[in-house]
Structures are given as structure tokens and as C-alpha cells.
Unconditional design. Sequence first.
Length: 421
Amino acid sequence: MQSVKMILCVVGVCILAPRVSCQTPPAAKRIVIGASTVLDGRGRVLHDTRIVIEGSRIVSVDANAGPVDYDLRGSTVLPGWIDAHAHITWSFGKDGKNAGMAGTTQEDAYQSASNAWLTLMAGFTTIQSPGSPNDIPLRDAIAKGNLPGPRILTAVDPLIGKGEATGTPEEIRAFVRKQKQAGADLIKIFASQSIRQGGGMTLSQEQLNAACDEAKKQGLRTLVHAYKDAVRAATHAGCTEIEHGTLATDDDLKLMAQRGTYLDPQCGLVIENYLLNKEKYVGTPGYTAEGFAAMEKILPMNHELVQHAVKTLGLKVVFGTDAVAGAHGRNAEEFIDRVRDGGVDPMAAMVSANSLGAEAMNLADQFGSIAPGLQADIIALDGDPLKDITAVRRVVFVMKAGVVYKNVARGAIPAYAGVQP
Ligand SMILES: [Zn+2]
């Protein structure tokens, strides 16, 4: 309670969030939301109805329920969004420069808490961080209700492909088990170099097979950072989801659709954010002037990947931003990029961050839709994203697990031009 109030003031959002509920509601507490337009997260639109919540869960969707506690008529109501790929602890340091995601000072910890708050206020009630050991205390503090933020799933330490030096299949299996013991919810695997360095494969087929097979045996999903040939190799290895996927061929995408492998491409935000914050990144580990020149060429390749993914029948495309320092709280920009530059249908964009995003986490029975029995993760937008995708910038209401974290009047949030206000 105390810590929640403190964070509100640290990040200076008291004005934007005049009504903040900090307590977990008692199990019997009943809340009714009135809505004129509801996107149910599965592709359907409901009109003039009410959503009934008891404790942390939705108990019914019933036009006759009452009395109404939150009247959200005039807004578009939908499930809280899911970002499949956000590096929640990745921040700028005291000197204003990229500090990565592994800092352990008090400033770093507050910065991570701030990232979590901004992400939640932007309408994201669940994120998957692939991954950092620093995610664990943040994940657990949020799960206990001690800090406001999205529900976090983390990979802890990723398996970084280094060719032969990565290890034998047995050593790779041991690494996967070690992450599980450290509290990982999933396994992240780097099977390609950075695209800025060419994107070549860094794990053999045999190594990838071992990593994804062992994760499956441990009941964990696998997210594979993969470009070009690594996309096909990871799909053959039975991994769960491909991150990025740049320069995958149409045949690779078809194979993914056949095998049910999820694709999490990035259509803009991650590169746009790097370019916007170039002076804060250049000269920090992994970021060179040449790398930045390469990024400008990669952006259209990423647009092209999404354009081809949209046309691949049966391919399951989830929503992930790869948010790093500078992008937290602006995650929804990726929706605009996908619709504007990737040719994604706005409803498909919403579903990719709702029921499909939850399905990719094996958690579709927990959240991602507005339906009885599911977690009450509910947001509202000032505007209709099906008609104007920039409405995703105007999140006026955020409820996570039955707790209201944000409730501002329509018109309170300016339609800023994609830059953090
Ligand atoms: Zn990433």
C-alpha cells in the first residue's frame, strides 16, 4: 500500500491517475462495468452490455446486471493487452545512457518499477520478459500486489548461441533445467547473431533440438531469437515461438503455420525507439554507429516480414514489441506500425495481444478474453481502434485482476505523436 503510493509520486503520474485502487479486493467484492462497445479479445464485438467482476475474475457478461460502478460507455472496452516480448528492467542509467537490464543499484530498481508502472498504465496487463535475473524480484513484488505493474513471465538467463562453445546437447539441457530451478516461466534462446551483424546462425540444429526438447520435458515454452535460416531450424526443432524472424522466406512462414509455431515479429517500435534515442545508445555495449546505419535498412525488411506473415494462411502472429529503454509505456506504438506499415487488420492486431497472445503462453484459460471465469484484466480506449488505430495511445481505464489502476476521463490523454508525453 505504502510502496504503491510512493511509486505513483516518483513517476509523477498522480494527475493522470486520480482514482487509484491499491488494495486487492476482498473475494466477495462485486464490480459492474457498463460498456457500449466491447471487443471480447477473440475477434467479436459486443454492444451495450455490462461486465460483472467478483474479486479478481469476470463472472458474467450480462446487459441486465447492475448497479454500474464504472460507466465506460463511449469508450472501447477490451481485455488488457499482452506483450510477448518486453525487457522490463532495461533502462537508461544515471548518465542518461543505455544501461542494459542487469543493473543492481537502487536507481536501477526504481527504474524497473517505473518501467512496470508505465507499461501497466499503457494498457499492458501481462508481459513476457526474455529475460533477466532482475525480472524475478520485480515479477514477485507485482504478483504479491506490492508494486503496480503488469503480470510478468520471465526467462531469467537466456541461452546464448556461440556455436560449438555453447556446449554439447547434454550441457544445453542442463542449462535449461538450471533456468527452471531459478524460477523461469519460459526459456529464451538466441539462435542467430544480431541482425545488425548479419543474423547468421549461432546454434546447430542438434543444439536447438536439445534446448527446445528439454524445455518441453520441463513443461516450459521456448522463445527463439531467430533470423533467416534459424527460423526454419527452430521450427524443425519444435520450439514454441520465433522472435523477430526477419528475412524468413514464405516457405519458412508456411512451415511455421503447418507446425503451429508462433511468430512474434516487430514491425517498428523497437527500431524507431533506437533511432529516437540514438545518442543514448551509441557507444554502449552492442551499439555502434555502423549498427545504427544497418537498422535503417532493417526497418523496411521488418515491414516486409509482417506483410508476408499476414498473407500466410494459418500462421499465428502474436504481439511483441521487444521494448527496451525508452520504449516502456509506448508499447502500443507497435500496433500502429503493424496496421500502418505491415498491413495487419486492426481486429487481428487486437486479438494478437489478447486471446492469441494468451494462447501462445498456454494461459488462454486465465486471461486474454472478456469471458466468465477469466481474470478481470480490462482496459478502455478513448476511440475505436478498428476505425483509428491511434486510439491505442489513449488508454483511459486499466483494471488488472479486478483492481482498478487507472480511470481518467475521455479527452484527458492527448493524441501525442508517438513520443512519450
Ligand atoms: Zn529482445
